[in-house]
Design a protein around this ligand. Structure first.
Ligand SMILES: [Zn+2]
Length: 115
């Protein structure tokens, strides 16, 4: 279960944390951000400094479930074992060891059907 989150409170705290470092606070707002959630509505007038900080924060965010993409099919759904849920390819060191072993077995005629 995810912890309850109040997006408007999070944005307000972000603005409070970043705004004091605005090198040109007299320049005034360059953006208006409106938030409407089940908890209510909030409107924020944001200066250039805060907008840039918010954009950098959003760009830097990576989802905890983001484990990269599959080298076989390009899928983005890798489970915690780096197993692709779309094509079945196993990634990481264990996946590489298994893939190498599978190639060796496939190339070794002694593993073939017995005559
Ligand atoms: Zn895949």
């Amino acid at each position: 279960m995810t912890a309850p989150l109040d997006p408007a409170a999070v944005v307000a705290e972000f603005v409070e944390r970043v705004a004091p470092y605005d090198p040109a606070p007299e320049a005034g707002p360059v953006a208006v951000l409106g938030l409407r959630t089940a908890l209510g509505e909030a409107t924020f007038q944001l200066g250039d400094h805060v907008v840039r900080a918010m954009c950098r924060a959003l760009e830097a965010y990576r989802d905890p479930e983001d484990r990269g993409s599959c080298i076989a099919c390009g899928g983005r759904r890798l489970d915690e074992n780096l197993h692709c849920l779309d094509c079945g390819r196993l990634h990481g060191i264990l996946g590489e060891v298994i893939a190498r072993h599978a190639r060796r077995v496939a190339e070794d005629p002694s593993y073939g059907p017995s005559a």
